[in-house]
Design a protein around this ligand. Structure first.
Ligand code: IMP
Ligand code: MG
Length: 229
């Protein structure tokens, strides 16, 4: 067994250490430059500092569309708005899994009033196409009667999922239902859905990243990427 206590402490790299600085300091020797390249690529901070313009997931290529900074800035605005609107109302956030997990995590940090969080799992997508049929995989398991419910969704596309969600929720007799969606494709809406808090309106293209997936992959990306045509 290695002695945990005598292990060397992990060196913390200051946040200000930019990859470009490291590379420019390593320009004298090709070996040192190569070493610098791998350090920059593999360093845990490097993912936060670089925006990859394109990513490949399985057979498809995606292009950078909304950066991490833009996402965080917008979420801060929405979060503070919800904070103000629901002060004293003891709201309950109903997070739609899987896609909304990242959005919900960052959004809820901005809401500093007493609130509860619950989760629901629905499914309507296969590959890059909506099936139009919504399946409830993990249902509502928290009493919602007379509660102010805020649905947290990743994206409203055709709107079918949210319309079904509304019907499902109404049966639980909540005091109010509001919807916060990070993304909305307004031109693709097939049913009427009222989005109270929208992060970004986008076109009809298929996107991945920041919780959204292509066949289960890409959810862990910090930025949002659009399918390259
Ligand atoms: P809707 O029922 O057509 O509105 O689809 C809603 C669900 O489909 C969302 O909650 C997402 O999980 C998924 N979805 C819609 N558009 C996209 C996309 O561009 N990329 C990944 N998932 C999407
Ligand atoms: Mg979703």
């Amino acid at each position: 067994m290695p002695d945990q206590l005598s292990a060397a402490p992990i060196q913390q790299t200051p946040n200000t250490l930019m990859p470009s600085t490291i590379v420019s300091k390593c320009q004298n020797s090709p070996h040192v430059r190569l070493l610098g390249y791998f350090f920059v690529t593999l360093h845990p901070q490097s993912k936060k500092l670089c925006h990859m313009d394109t990513i490949k997931i399985k057979d498809l290529t995606f292009q950078l569309s909304i950066t991490e900074q833009q996402i965080q800035q917008r979420i801060q605005e929405i979060g503070r708005q919800i904070h103000r609107d629901f002060a004293g109302k003891d709201p309950i956030f109903l997070v739609v899994l899987n896609g909304a997990f990242m959005f919900a995590s960052d959004l809820l940090k901005e809401v500093e009033i007493p609130c509860q969080v619950s989760f629901i799992r629905l499914s309507s997508y296969v590959g890059t196409q909506s099936t139009g049929e919504v399946k409830e995989i993990m249902g509502i398991n928290t009493p919602l009667e007379q509660r102010h419910v805020i649905i947290v969704e990743d994206i409203v596309d055709t709107g079918v999922t949210m319309k079904n969600m509304w019907a499902l929720l109404s049966d639980h007799k909540p005091a109010s239902i509001h919807l916060a969606s990070l993304l909305v494709k307004p031109k693709n809406l097939k049913v009427n859905v009222n989005v109270d808090y929208t992060g970004f309106n986008i076109g009809n293209d298929f996107i991945v990243g920041y919780g959204l997936d292509y066949d289960g992959y890409g959810r862990n990306e910090r930025n949002i990427y659009v399918l390259k045509s």
